[in-house]
Design a protein around this ligand. Structure first.
Ligand code: PA5
Length: 602
């Protein structure tokens, strides 16, 4: 680990236009009233060897997963094809709808909300007649139905995004859309669908190829949540009119900044190290609190990135250890009036990262109407001034309470700063994963849920089939009985007819033969079971059926909880902290708020 140049004030200040700035001072022990709650130089040095290893692991050209997402910005693929197609969509369609989930939706949503105006209806005013955008990453029936009712599907381009090409929710949505489009457009329906995938053997690619659907590809080594700079994020961004060259330029610039072992000059390495030390000290919750509604979805994107990448089971000395840091999204100033109470007075288990945006569009000036509602010192300010003073006040309060926090400052939210911001969090996550010894890029338990869904649905389908067999068999039995009665009553001259009827009855019922001859049915339900089968199949009965698996479940090991998260603050220390806080509260009550104190935080 090399010290670097910016150690003196522990601040990382970038000079280029619109580069984001990092303020990590409020993490550092020397700025805390009670130093033990902060992170000291000694704490950092203790981890230096591990930090070096993490750096080389992430930046190593041989690391397929990091290389794969770095490569997206170093050597962008298909850029002109993406731009050309985006312009085609913008010229020919009124709406652009993304169907996808998780990493296949959140990056695009984050970019949309950051870079277009809040009100989607006005989006075209700012973005030069670009389509309205929608993302359906939820299969909530009402939400999905509302969208299909609200838009004219003929004037809508549906972009289906799935890396694996097999995610159930996404394909379910696609099928519903195909049905609707077929109704509206007949055989021409595929002209309103495009696709993004990485899996050439996946269901989506197979369908798209067979139906001549325009498809964009990205590398299989790129994890879903790290794919925002592939067509997954670039195509949607380009469709709504964002400058994707600028986005990639920002991302590339951040990548270069993080490509140095000069510790205090490498924001993601420094940031991840502080997060790791905080985690080791018991801060197992990480808040991200932007002071801009444009970044609300970016905070959601961050939560997925941090949780899915770092929440893992690791083996240490033959024991399973469950690690992770819970990400929480908050919004300024809204959460100053809710979650901040917990952050300021609750357990010492949180670190808060603020994002402050200096310049906002359509920034209203607060009028002085002399009506007694506002004090003079409020009037004349812009809304953004109040927003940013509120952020500084919250940051100050946290520091006063010995709570770890840091701030990322963005001068203006645009493609360049968004590129930097998203890349920063992805590299920080990769460093954090390396420091925590986890595999940052897999998600075995997310896959487990996908397999469970498949299993439950296929079992349900089997139960329905059995019900059909049982019903059909009962009908046949009843028919047999009815026919037998007819034979009984038959007159002697009907002997020939009787014989025919008897032959007919001894035949295997046709419907039954058809159903039973299907391969899956034969082995798992006996005649006796069918006899006793209750038509209303309860859960227990389904379990009792013990049907064989359609496909063997992939074995995903989810080990038992064995270790507790280590918390380094002893009870005495926490008590001391609490007492100190109570003392401070008392002092505050007796002493009026001092405006001069504001300066301390800068
Ligand atoms: O980050 C991930 O890998 C996941 O969140 C996936 O993006 C999510 O499960 C969707 O998968 P897919 O893109 O294969 O449809």
């Amino acid at each position: 680990m090399q010290k670097g140049d910016s150690m003196e004030n522990n601040e990382l200040v970038q000079n280029k236009k619109n580069e984001i700035k990092f303020h990590f001072n409020n993490m550092r022990a020397e700025n805390f009233k009670n130093e033990k709650y902060g992170i000291s130089y000694k704490d950092i040095m203790k981890l230096s060897q591990k930090v070096d290893l993490a750096y080389y692991k992430v930046m190593d050209d041989e690391n397929r997963e990091t290389e794969a997402f770095f490569d997206l910005v170093r050597n962008p693929q298909n850029l002109s094809e993406i731009k050309e197609y985006a312009n085609f969509v913008a010229e020919n369609f009124e709406n652009f709808v993304i169907l996808g989930i998780g990493g296949s939706a959140l990056g695009a949503r984050a970019l949309f909300t950051a870079l277009t105006t809040m009100d989607y209806k006005k989006c075209d005013l700012k973005r030069n007649q670009r389509p309205n955008w929608f993302v359906r990453d939820s299969i909530c029936p009402e939400k999905f139905a509302c969208l299909l009712e609200a838009i004219d599907v003929k004037k809508t381009m549906f972009c289906v995004v799935t890396k694996s090409g097999g995610t159930l929710e996404t394909l379910v949505q696609l099928n519903l859309v195909i049905e609707k489009l077929k109704e509206a457009l007949g055989d021409e329906y595929t002209k309103n669908i495009c696709a993004v995938t990485a899996n050439l053997d996946g269901k989506l690619n197979k369908w798209a190829t067979e139906n001549n659907v325009k498809t964009f590809y990205f590398g299989n080594d790129v994890s879903g949540r790290f794919s925002v700079f592939s067509a997954v994020g670039l195509l949607p961004a380009a469709v709504v009119g964002a400058d994707i060259d600028k986005l990639l330029e920002g991302a590339n610039n951040m990548l270069q900044k993080c490509h140095t072992l000069k510790f205090f000059e490498n924001p993601a390495l420094y940031g991840a190290t502080l997060q790791k030390i905080a985690l080791d000290k018991g801060c197992n919750i990480s808040y991200l609190m932007p002071y801009s509604d444009n970044l609300k979805i970016m905070a959601e994107w961050y939560c997925q990135l941090w949780a899915e990448s770092l929440g893992k089971t690791i083996s240490s000395f033959c024991k399973n250890k469950h690690v992770g840091q819970t990400p929480v999204k908050a919004l300024g100033t809204v959460d100053q009036h809710s979650q901040m109470q917990l952050c300021l007075e609750g357990p010492y288990d949180k670190i808060v990262t603020f994002i402050r945006v200096n310049k906002h569009e359509n920034d209203a000036v607060i009028p002085n109407l002399n009506n007694g509602l506002l004090d003079d010192y409020v009037c004349g300010h812009k809304l953004s001034d109040i927003l940013n003073v509120s952020q500084q006040a919250t940051e100050k309060a946290l520091l006063e309470r010995n709570r770890l926090n840091r701030t990322i400052e963005i001068d203006e939210l645009d493609e360049y700063s968004m590129g930097e911001l998203l890349m920063y969090f992805m590299i920080e996550t990769a460093f954090m994963g390396a420091l925590m010894d986890v595999n940052t890029f897999n998600q075995p338990s997310v896959e487990l849920i996908k397999l469970n869904i498949k299993d439950i649905l296929s079992k349900k389908a089997r139960v329905s089939k059995i019900k059909a067999i049982v019903e059909s068999q009962k009908e046949q039995e009843e028919q047999k009985e009815e026919n037998a009665e007819v034979v009984e009553e038959a007159k002697p001259q009907d002997v020939i007819e009787e014989k025919n009827l008897t032959d007919e009855l001894t035949k295997e019922p046709e419907v039954m033969t058809q159903i039973v001859s299907e391969p899956v049915e034969e082995t798992f339900v006996s005649d006796d079971e069918i006899e006793d089968f209750d038509f209303e199949i309860s859960k227990e009965e389904q379990e009792q059926l013990m049907m064989p698996e359609v496909e063997e479940l992939e074995k995903v090991e989810v080990p038992e909880v064995q270790d507790e998260q280590k918390i380094d603050f002893s009870e005495d220390e926490q008590l001391e902290g609490q007492q100190q806080f109570e003392l401070e509260l008392e002092e505050e009550k007796s002493e009026p708020f001092n405006e001069d104190k504001k300066e301390d935080i800068e």
